[in-house]
Design a protein around this ligand. Structure first.
Ligand code: PMT
Length: 407
């Protein structure tokens, strides 16, 4: 089952370190290639030779010992990992990772990896419930790190409560399920044959060659949708305002725009070919009425800039929609459901994704979003805080469902 998988197991210094031996042994028996990295304090609990024997690989514990290969060891391991498992993870390790401290082999490798990092904490229950530890855990979760929550029970220190390393069999089961879900994900090409257009990021409305009006959109929501739709087999056209984030891979087409007028022009040029249009861009409703091609000089008095209405692009598309699925977003600060529902009708959308900008972890720039999806017939689905990639999948599932009902 785990034959072609490389798993890096990080062991930190807690009494539960001895249980990591069992995890390594079980994963090895399932066929995984295991590399163990130990912290200095982990070696106070278990000797490296035990892990070496169980994993059939050298144990890495020292950044500066004689290298065994010509490659930079922590980068080599960070790249090789299909999964990075920390078992057990102490409050100290969690605190370092959450605060970007890389001062030993394990923290540097963990920081350098782009593979999924899964953390199985084990510590005294008061430590686990300490608000600083809780905050560090939720910070790491918001960056996409996964946690295998500790169990409750009698701890090594004699206290009873949450903090006991989860059963080793359950940790191994988690790893197996993780790879199983990745495989399902890879096999799931349910959007194959569809052309999906996604708008993302902010628009920029120029006042003069120096100044402009824009908004706080980072593009993360739209890029997540484009990335997930491409992964699920769709031909994705991404129309994006200027952002600082990396362009998703495997796009069919990428077009950068600046103003709402640019977006309108480009979207019309692509529209007829598309099956689905998902509009997550934050489009300016107004632009300066008169663009000054010279820098506007300051004077002693106030400056008044007259604004004129931009086209409501979604509304225009709604008029020529045909059989296409149109999805809008609503960024609201108040009366979220009422305002968002009004936009569905006005723009002739199949559904709208409403985010309440007053909630922490929702809306602009964060890696997560908290959304409510409102259907054309008024049904409302509410979701907890999810990664934007997870919100993207929820949206694409709904699109897929609408399309399959139309068949
Ligand atoms: O980019 P991030 O930092 O990840 O942030 C994500 C987000 C908050 C920008 C995104 O989740 C979001 O809510 N996008 C829509 C923001 C917005 O402009 O909402 P609106 O309520 O003003 O517009 C409603 C819908 O009409 C949107 O689909 C919008 O693209 C569209 N619209 C708006 C104005 C306009 N002139 N033309 C349009 O087509």
């Amino acid at each position: 089952m785990l034959n072609d998988k490389t798993i890096v197991v990080g062991v930190t210094g807690g009494i539960a370190a001895y249980k990591a031996c069992d995890v390594v042994s079980k994963l090895k028996k399932l066929g995984a290639n295991i590399h163990v990295i130990m912290t200095k304090s982990a070696k106070e609990f278990v000797c490296p030779m035990t892990f070496q024997t169980l994993s059939n690989n050298f144990v890495i514990d020292d950044m500066f010992e004689d290298p065994k290969t010509w490659e930079v060891e922590h980068i080599e391991l960070a790249k090789a990992a299909d999964l990075f498992l920390i078992v057990p993870a102490t409050a100290n390790f969690i605190g370092k990772l959450a605060n970007g401290i890389a001062d030993d082999m394990l923290t540097t490798t963990a920081m350098a990896t782009t593979s999924q990092l899964v953390i199985a904490p084990a510590m005294n229950s008061n430590m686990y419930n300490n608000p600083i530890v809780k905050e560090n855990i939720s910070r790491l979760k918001s960056y996409g790190y996964k946690f295998i929550n500790p169990a409750s029970g009698l701890l090594a220190c004699g206290d009873v409560g949450a903090g006991k390393l989860e059963e080793t069999s359950k940790i191994v089961e988690y790893v197996e399920n993780y790879f199983e879900s990745i495989k399902l994900d890879e096999d799931k090409k349910d959007l194959k044959g569809l052309k999906v257009l996604v708008t993302a990021g902010p628009t920029v409305e120029s006042i003069d060659p120096v100044r402009y009006i824009t908004n706080r959109s980072s593009g993360k929501m739209g890029y997540s949708i484009a990335q997930r739709a491409a992964k699920r087999g769709a031909d994705v056209i991404l129309l994006s305002g200027k952002t600082n984030i990396e362009k998703p891979k495997e796009l069919y087409k990428y077009i950068e725009i600046e103003s709402a007028d640019d977006l309108y022009r480009e979207i019309l040029a692509e529209f007829s070919e598309c099956d689905v249009v998902i509009q997550s861009a934050a489009v300016a409703d107004y632009k300066p009425k008169n663009y000054s091609d010279r820098k506007i000089k300051k004077s002693d008095g106030d400056l008044v800039i007259e604004l004129s209405r931009n086209k409501d692009i979604a509304q225009e598309l709604g008029k020529i929609k045909g059989e296409k699925v149109l999805v809008g977003f609503a960024a609201e600060t108040n009366d979220v459901l009422e305002n968002a529902s009004r936009k569905i009708k006005k723009k002739n959308l199949d559904f709208i994704v409403a985010n309440d900008l007053t909630k922490t972890g929702a809306g602009f720039n964060s890696d997560t979003n908290i959304v409510r999806i409102i259907g054309a017939n008024g049904d409302v689905c509410e979701y907890p805080k999810l990664l934007k990639t997870e919100v993207a999948d929820v949206i694409l599932d709904r699109v897929e469902n609408i399309l399959s009902q139309k068949k």
